[in-house]
Design a protein around this ligand. Structure first.
Ligand code: P61
Length: 474
């Protein structure tokens, strides 16, 4: 694996194309293009109204710069497309699965895996086979993710946040907001009893708090505590390559390690992982549940055949497994991941320079606007992040995602979480010109922020409401 050159601060100042030691010049060039069109302002006003002021419900042709997600929207490489031609679509024992399983072992190193259609398929299986519905139990997490929490609780357990407090402060510049607070974890183990904890979950680049990484030194302690107490440690390995890159660049002890070595080390400290490959494996669909334990593997195979498909394809086509096998290997490459993180940093720095409030430090997969600071006059009950995402779309056809009370509200508890609008960078898709346009749009919106007013919810679905909820202007 090639090592990325480490730049000194002086070199960084001398070169506008290096940001925090990471190159802003992409290690790829464009071979295929997809045309996009900016609809006029009246059309945008009508489109967001039709969508019930929910950016998830916009038609894609009405969106100009789509920053909804990095999930399933990456540009695949020529090698991934070439790999797809080798897809072995036979129902059982496919060669494509063998290549996928080998890529998993080579890059992550778990003994076994079952493919799933995407991350939540893996979460479903992991929760069903580790949580005893009658007994329930408690699952400490470094922070919640919508689908992860849903599956834990659907299987009968209670999800508990043991993340560090810094993660809840958008202005704290702490580098490791994805860390588990080991004191909180110990307290949960003591209070609830290790036998009532089906697993501890640690998520790479903590999504809901701004794409924030955990440090390797934190993981060593968490792993030790789990092993001492005989509790499974489950890694949500979605965006693991980004987390490993942050460790290489920001945790001095590991500066000489390759990103690939750090990825392997992280996996070796955990017992199993759920993966949404739609992010840093650059595929449109796919994921897996991987583990070291033979008994867990046997149980996973029993249930994958019910909900996904044969254990040798899960929810994927042979050609999808081929693209994923190549994508997994690309995720270990420092140059590709460094460029992606430099793009996020560029966008974040440009917004910060203009006084626009964002989550600090800039995390992995984009920039998160801090709606509570952007429009402090709109209270939680009027959905500040939801309305900010809608207004951003109206302002310039830019689609972001609400990550506030609509996504995070839990049962009847009063909402105390963050109000964020996620501007997610699809991987290998946009250039700096697109990002400069986005900065201009946000700056214009910031100047007219006092004209933004709250929303009222008119339709609330029973589960994961943010996907389909509808609103109207107050
Ligand atoms: C995303 F608004 N993320 O960030 P699946 N774990 C983690 C994820 O980020 C993740 C999954 C598990 C998405 C898609 C999405 O509330 C939402 O492959 C850390 O999507 O099933 C997915 O993986 C689930 C967007 C999911 C959402 C849920 O855009």
């Amino acid at each position: 694996m090639t090592k990325t050159k480490q730049y000194t601060a002086t070199e960084y100042r001398e070169s506008p194309t290096i940001l925090d030691g990471r190159k802003l010049v992409p290690p790829y060039q464009t071979k295929v293009v997809e045309f996009i069109e900016l609809k006029n302002k009246e059309q945008r006003e009508r489109a967001i109204k039709r969508a019930g002021y929910n950016t998830f419900l916009l038609e894609s042709e009405d969106v100009y710069i789509d920053l909804l997600t990095d999930s399933g929207v990456s540009a695949m490489s020529d090698m991934q497309w070439a790999g797809m031609m080798r897809g072995d679509e036979r129902y059982a024992g496919s060669k494509s699965f063998k290549r996928l399983a080998k890529a998993q072992r080579d890059v992550f190193g778990y003994n076994y895996m079952v493919p799933t259609h995407q991350g939540r398929g893996a979460e479903h299986i992991a929760a069903q086979i580790t949580i005893d519905k009658a007994k329930g139990g408690f699952i400490p997490n470094n922070g919640y993710f919508t689908t992860s929490r849903f599956h834990q609780e659907h299987a009968g357990a209670v999800s508990i946040d043991v993340g560090v407090d810094e993660a809840k402060d958008t202005q704290s510049e702490y580098l490791w907001k994805g860390n588990i607070d080991t004191y909180k974890l110990l307290q949960v183990i003591e209070e609830k009893g290790a036998e009532n904890i089906p697993f501890v979950r640690i998520e790479a680049c903590l999504n809901m708090f701004g794409g924030q990484p955990f440090s390797l030194s934190n993981l060593y302690v968490v792993s030790f505590l789990c092993r001492e107490n005989k509790i499974f440690l489950l890694l949500d390995a979605t965006r693991l390559s980004d987390n490993a890159n942050f460790i290489k660049f920001n945790e001095p002890e590991y500066a000489d390690w390759t990103q690939a070595e750090i990825i392997r080390e992280i996996c070796s400290l955990t017992d199993c992982c759920t993966m949404s490959s739609k992010k840093d494996h650059y595929v449109n669909i796919g994921g897996f549940f991987a583990m070291n334990d033979k008994t867990l593997f046997a149980k996973a195979k029993d249930i994958v055949v019910v909900y996904e498909g044969m254990p040798t394809y899960g929810g994927m086509a042979g050609y999808s497994m081929e693209a994923l096998a190549v994508g997994i290997r690309e995720s270990a490459r420092e140059d590709i991941v460094s460029h992606y993180l430099a793009q996020s940093k560029f966008l974040g720095d440009e917004l910060t320079k203009r006084g626009i409030p964002i989550v600090l430090p800039v995390g992995a997969h984009g920039v998160f606007l801090d709606a509570e600071r952007f429009i402090p006059h709109v209270p939680h009950e009027q959905f500040p992040a939801q309305v900010l995402a809608a207004e951003l779309y109206i302002e310039g056809g830019v689609r972001g995602m609400e990550r506030g009370i609509v996504s995070g509200q839990h049962g009847k508890d009063p909402y105390t979480g963050l109000e964020l609008v996620r501007l997610t960078l699809p991987r290998r898709v946009l250039g700096l010109e697109h990002l400069i346009y986005v900065v201009e749009v946000i700056e214009k919106l910031y100047k007219r922020r006092e004209s933004i007013h709250g929303l009222k919810m008119t339709f609330e679905p029973p589960f994961l409401r943010f996907f389909q909820a509808r609103f109207k202007r107050m």
